[in-house]
Structure formats: structure tokens, C-alpha cells
Write a protein that binds this ligand. Structure first.
Ligand code: LLP
Length: 437
């Protein structure tokens, strides 16, 4: 269904928006107006994704993992929907508060926090309203030294990990959280410090598929058990992370969100009974909290890129485009697969060619897709890259002194600039000018 401008509407809210569902003509107009590479984020789809999450997890506390996409347009959209914000750094806390998330709905998950981050968060006027999550016992001392007297959560290393790539499997990586067997001690220590301990937290990893539900279930069960064991503390929530996967390939089925929700609820209840004992009062059970990032934003975004060069070689046809690993890092970093689509009007009638689609960065890793079949590409063609709304713009960088792309937010068929394209002059803005030194 479209809203008359060609943009899909969210009335029937399908579980996934495929790259082929995006309307070609409005995307071509945006590329003409704003240039490429260009991220396009459909805020209507972000809202629709939020609604599906809420419906699947009716009793849970729902937060957004800001790291997936921290542009103000996205944050305002989700703050407006009453979703909370899970932040990984002081900068994300600052952005979340500025975008209108109430401090009471902001959780700062401090991973090995730099002093500057703790100074900022503990020094906020609203510091006592937000939740600070510690993943190491000594962070308690560092937070106490800064006079923090707000709500505290203990991040636990659940010992089970999952995810689309080893680099994003978190749950068993020692860097994250206090070891499971020591978690109850750290909770006690926090209470001795005088903190109000309101939650426990764990995260298995990112991009969990339906096949990996058993790892997720096990993590949730373990967290339920721990929460049951420490129930006298009076926890208000148990956060079991995000990580819900989205289908990156056109033929991949979407995640069955209801199945994930049921598994989560059941595992939590079973774990809690195990920890608290069969006779424990179930009304003591803390609220379940989830904090997806990718699921809210991934299929709400595409990246538009223009073909610069077409080069036949004995092995393949190299299609050089103006977006590379500094625009979208995921293929280089995780060998991630992203769908590609030609937006040229005549593309369906062209013959197909197997191509390597490469960026403009002087690195072998700078290839967005290898061995991909595309309608015979020509210089100037506009291509769309699917599922670019999560960890796309957010992970963009300046390597090779390449300016970051622009971002456009679309809602009800109206487009507005959400982030300006960086300029060549802007690249040196942080360096002292010759006359200053
Ligand atoms: N909560 C915590 C504590 C996390 O560390 C993360 C992601 C999330 C929630 C959200 O996970 P999500 O629902 O988005 O999967 N750059 C990688 C993903 C790294 C995720 C890191 N942590 C990628 O592009 O696949």
C-alpha cells in the first residue's frame, strides 16, 4: 500500500520492508535533490517497527539502543512514541536527552567507561533520574567518587552469546558485564555503597536469528534465576538486551517476533521460579525489559549510491560506486550482506551481469558486494542498498579524508534533511589553523 507519493504506508504493518518495496521514483528524486551517497530514513517505518515490538511484548519495558542510529530525527520519533533510550556512551546520553527522552527513561550502559563519560553523566542535573548500568565492580567506586546517587543496574556476563558474526556476539565475551557467579556479590557491594539497585542487565549479541532462539532463551532463563535469587533487593526491571535480527537477504524469512516474545516470557518466568523457589510470590518478579536497536531502524533505511565506473576484468565486472566502507562499514567489517537494487527505470529490461560493487577507498576490504548479479550497470546509474538504517550512518567515518554522507528523513511523503553532507573544508575543522599554532 502506498500513500499516494509512492511511499509504503504502515497501515498494514508487514513484519519486514524489503528493498523491492521502496518506491524508485521518489528515491531518484531525493538523489537528484540531495546528491549521493545519501541515507534515506523513513520515520513512518521506524514507528511501525516500534508498534510491532510493543504489540509482541505488551508487558515489557521497551527501550531503543541508540547506537543503531543516533540521528536526531530517529531519536525524536522514538522519544515521541514513549520508548526509552539505552545509551552506550556519554554522547548518546546527551543526544537522547536533547531529543526529548525523559531522563527517567534513559539508561546508560557504561562499557569500560572513560572518566570523561562518567564525569558528564554523573554531573548531569538529572543524574539521579536516569539508570546507570555498571559492568565491573570497580565502576561502582568510580561512580561513588563522583557523587552519583541515582538508580543503578548491574550488567551480568551471562556466559551465552549469539549473533550474526563473531564480532557482535557479546554474551560470553569477558569484556561485558560481571561474571555470572559474582553478580549477586556485586549487587550486595552496590547496596553497601548506598546505591539503589533497580535492575540487572545482559545482552547476548546482535542479529540473532530464529535459529539462535535457544541461546536467547538460555540467557533469559539465567537472568530470571539470578533475579529470583536476589529478589529481596526489590529490582524493578531485568533487561535482557536487544539483538533481534532482521532479514538482510531478499529470500530470508522475517524473525517471528511473537515466537521470540513467548520464548522470552516463558524463559524468564521459569528461571525466576528456579531462583526464587516454587513458593515465592510471583508479584515480586521484576518487569522484563528489552532494548533492540537494529529492529527499530534497519529496514526503515536505504543508502543511495551512484555508479562512477564500470570496469570489465577477466574475473568480474567491477562496478565502482560513490559509497564505500566509510559510508557503510558493515560489509568490510562483518562480511555483511546487503541487498542491492538498480533504481534506473529501464533496469528490469537490461541483461544481468555478475559484479563486484566497490567503493572509492584505497583498501581491498572496500567492497560492498562480491559476485552479485545486477542489471547491466552503466555509469551514472543509481543503486539502492537495503537495510541500511541500522549501523550505517552511525558507523560512517572519514578515512581517506572522505566526507560523511547526508541523511534525509522521510515522513508522510515529505522529505527533510536530517544531517548535512560533510564538506571537504569541514574535514579539517578540528585542526588548529597555521596562524593559531
Ligand atoms: N543492548 C546492548 C547492551 C548492546 O550492546 C547492543 C548492541 C544492543 C542492545 C542492540 O543490539 P541490536 O538490537 O541492534 O542488535 N555494528 C554491528 C552491531 C553491533 C551491536 C552492538 N551492541 C552491526 O552492524 O551488525
Amino acid at each position: 500500500m502506498t500513500d499516494g507519493e509512492g511511499w509504503p504506508t504502515s497501515t498494514d504493518n508487514p513484519p519486514v520492508r524489503r528493498l523491492s518495496d521502496w518506491p524508485a521514483e521518489p528515491l531518484r528524486d531525493l538523489a537528484d535533490e540531495y546528491g549521493t551517497p545519501l541515507y534515506v530514513q523513513d520515520l513512518g517505518r521506524v514507528k511501525a517497527n516500534a508498534s510491532r515490538l510493543r504489540e509482541a511484548f505488551p508487558g515489557a519495558d521497551l527501550s531503543y539502543a541508540v547506537k543503531a542510529n543516533a540521528t536526531r530525527a530517529v531519536l525524536e520519533t522514538l522519544a515521541d512514541r514513549g520508548v526509552g533510550a539505552e545509551c552506550a556512551a556519554a554522547g548518546e546520553v546527551k543526544r537522547a536527552l536533547a531529543a526529548g527522552f525523559p531522563a527517567r527513561r534513559v539508561r546508560y550502559t557504561a562499557v569500560n567507561p572513560p572518566a570523561r563519560d562518567l564525569d558528564y553523566v554523573c554531573g548531569l542535573e538529572a543524574a539521579d533520574e536516569l539508570v546507570l548500568t555498571v559492568g565491573a565492580a570497580d565502576t561502582l567506586d568510580r561512580v561513588a567518587e563522583r557523587g552519583f546517587d541515582g538508580r543503578l543496574c548491574v550488567r551480568v556476563n551471562p556466559g551465552v552469546g549469539a549473533g550474526h558474526h563473531a564480532k557482535v556476539s557479546t554474551g560470553a565475551e569477558p569484556k561485558f558485564g560481571v561474571p555470572y557467579d559474582r553478580a549477586a556479590d556485586v549487587v550486595d557491594r552496590a547496596i553497601d555503597h548506598g546505591f539503589e539497585v533497580v535492575g540487572l542487565h545482559a545482552h547476548a549479541g546482535s542479529g540473532i536469528s530464529g535459529d539462535e532462539l535457544s541461546a536467547h532463551r538460555e540467557l533469559v532463563r539465567r537472568m530470571g534465576t539470578l533475579a529470583g535469587e536476589v529478589r529481596d533487593v526489590g529490582l524493578t526491571f531485568v533487561a535482557v538486551g536487544g539483538g533481534f535480527g532482521v532479514p538482510y537477504r531478499g529470500d530470508e524469512p522475517p524473525l517471528d517476533l511473537d515466537a521470540v516474545a513467548t520464548a522470552t516470557r516463558e524463559a524468564y518466568a521459569a528461571g525466576w521460579r528456579e531462583g526464587a523457589g516454587e513458593t515465592a510470590d510471583e508479584s515480586d518478579r521484576a518487569q522484563l525489559a528489552i532494548e533492540p536497536g537494529r529492529y527499530f531502524v534497519a529496514d526503515a533505511g536505504v543508502l543511495l549510491t551512484t555508479v562512477n565506473t564500470v570496469k570489465p576484468t577477466p574475473d568480474t565486472t567491477v562496478v565502482g560506486v560513490d559509497a564505500g566502507m566509510t559510508t557503510l562499514l558493515r560489509p568490510a567489517m562483518y562480511e555483511a550482506y546487503h541487498e542491492l537494487r538498480s533504481l534506473e527505470p529501464g533496469a528490469p529490461r537490461r541483461g544481468r551481469v555478475t559484479c563486484d560493487v566497490s567503493g572509492p577507498i584505497c583498501e581491498t576490504a572496500d567492497v560492498l558486494a562480491r559476485g552479485r548479479s545486477l542489471p547491466d550497470p552503466g555509469r551514472g546509474d543509481l543503486l539502492a542498498v537495503g537495510n541500511a538504517g541500522a549501523y550505517g550512518y552511525e558507523m560512517a567515518g572519514n578515512y581517506n579524508s572522505r566526507p560523511r554522507p547526508a541523511v534525509v528523513a522521510v515522513e508522510h511523503g515529505e522529505a527533510r534533511l536530517a544531517a548535512r553532507r560533510e564538506t571537504l573544508a569541514g574535514l579539517t575543522r578540528l585542526e588548529p589553523k597555521a596562524e593559531d599554532s
